[in-house]
Design a protein around this ligand. Structure first.
Ligand code: GDP
Ligand code: IMO
Ligand code: MG
Length: 426
């Protein structure tokens, strides 16, 4: 009986999908606990690439129970499309369950996300999927939930609680025509046909799995620096991707989480706006982007690339209580002669070892780098840590020392067989 939370330690896209898929071979249950289809998790099996936005990355194993927890905001249109996409690929979703309490993304959330972003002077660079506005309604206590899909009456009741407010806002502030109640009801009742049979008390599913001694993996989306509390606010998402978010997001006690694994790139990337101290706006940044195929899974946007930032990951170790690291995309650095690691920031002549909360400070921080030798050897076929080239081993050891957390997994390619397990997880 082990419950493992897997979280992103940087600005998302660390390879959580790949590592979840690898660990899911031994997990009985895989659950998403926050975010929505702003996430894009890639899993490569043989020659096939799967891109998942809502459904947990454990779905490719037939016997694994996959849960979408109450903390996730679900766009039912996207969920239906993703289910259809998996079925077309020959993947069963017979073991997929969705929390009755999860909130729904409605068409007005998507529209508001885009309109609000267009009006902002300080752009966040949201994915435009309606994530922020859906969480706003949840906390305003006017959200439409999965439960409401169970009957026409309950759906109408829920929509009537919120639609007049949304239409007023859309019409009066944004000069948008708004949405027609009957059209929304019909559209969502059509999704209900696919989704209602999947509804479950996902907290109870996890509880019973724990009691039966099963292994449970909680798959985070986004990353620590996108956390609404701990990230680079306001350039963040509207949920808690950090490990603490897993307990309320799935409905388990925090004391039941045994391990917290932080997925971390061997360098740093970010999509969207906001400060990025170790960003490389040069040929090395371009090389990393090309070798790592750093283009967004959800929006296709080129990701901003930079050196590994130990200040960020040290912070992620702290706010998540990380027990182990899964270092990904090590192979991307194979081509480099030397590699830099940002070990601290310099702010107005002062050395900062910890992440400042104030973005005005962070914006002015300059990276203090330590340079390490590269290895210039293809690592994509290496199967054990011992077989890695010496400079690669030294690089990884240096990262672990810098951030104060042991390495549990090393990934040297997108496929399952390009993964080294230094310490068993389940
Ligand atoms: P996620 O959002 O954290 O699941 O990450 P994404 O799927 O958005 O982005 C990670 C990308 O890196 C995907 O294209 C993966 O297939 C790929 N990937 C994961 N691990 C490795 C690795 O070790 N090496 C290489 N070259 N690619 C990897
Ligand atoms: P995965 O799970 C990377 C970023 C967006 C934007 C900010 C807010 O694949 O790692 P939102 O639409 O959430 O309101 O956008 O957060 N963002 C991500 N960046 N990976 C993700 O997910 C992200 N999900 C949101 O680019 O800067
Ligand atoms: Mg992603």
């Amino acid at each position: 009986m082990t419950v493992v939370a897997l979280v992103g330690t940087q600005w998302g896209d660390e390879g959580k999908g790949k590592i979840t898929d690898v660990l899911a071979s031994k997990a009985d249950v895989v659950a998403r606990y926050q975010g929505g289809n702003n996430a894009g998790h890639t899993v490569v099996v043989g020659d096939t690439t799967y891109k998942l936005h809502l459904i947990p990355s454990g779905i490719l194993y037939e016997g694994t129970t996959c849960l979408i927890g109450n903390g996730v905001v679900v766009d039912p249109k996207v969920l239906c499309e993703e289910i259809a996409y998996l079925h077309q690929s020959g993947i069963s979703t017979a073991n997929l369950y969705v929390s009755e309490k999860a909130h729904l993304i409605m068409p007005y959330h998507r529209v508001l996300d885009q309109l609000e972003e267009s009006q902002r002077t300080l752009k966040i660079g949201t994915t435009g999927r309606g994530i922020g506005p859906a969480y706003v309604d949840k906390f305003m206590r006017m959200g439409v939930r999965m439960l409401d899909l169970k009957s026409r009456e309950s759906l109408e009741r829920a929509i009537d609680q919120v639609l007049p407010f949304k239409n007023q806002l859309l019409q009066q502030v944004y000069d948008h025509p708004g949405f027609i109640r009957e059209e929304l009801v019909e559209e969502y009742l059509a999704y209900a046909e696919t989704i209602v049979p999947l509804l479950a008390d996902t907290s109870l599913v996890v509880h019973e799995a724990r009691q039966a001694g099963k292994s449970i993996l909680l798959e985070g989306a986004q990353g620590t620096l996108l956390d609404v509390d701990h990230g680079t606010y306001p350039f963040v998402t509207s949920s808690n991707p950090t490990a603490g978010g897993a307990a309320p997001g799935i409905g388990i006690g925090p004391n039941h989480i045994n391990q917290v694994i932080g997925v971390v790139k061997s360098y740093t990337t970010r999509v969207g706006e906001g400060p990025f101290v170790s960003e490389l706006n040069d040929a090395t940044g371009d090389l990393i982007r090309e070798r790592g195929r750093e283009f967004g899974t959800t929006t296709g946007r080129p990701r901003r690339c930079g050196w590994f930032d130990a200040v960020l990951v040290r912070y992620a170790v702290r706010v998540n209580g990380l027990t182990g690291l899964a270092i990904t995309l090590l192979d991307v650095l194979d081509a480099l002669e030397t590699i830099k690691v940002c070990v601290a920031y310099e702010y107005r002549g002062e050395r900062l070892e910890q992440m400042p909360a104030d973005l005005e400070v962070l914006k002015e921080c300059k990276p203090i780098y330590q340079e390490l030798p590269g290895w210039q050897v293809d690592t994509t076929k290496v199967q054990t840590f011992a077989d890695l080239p010496l400079p690669a081993k030294e690089y990884l050891t240096f990262l672990a020392e810098q951030v104060g957390c042991p390495i549990q997994i090393v990934s040297v390619g997108p496929r399952r067989d390009q993964t080294m397990l230094l310490q068993e997880v389940f």
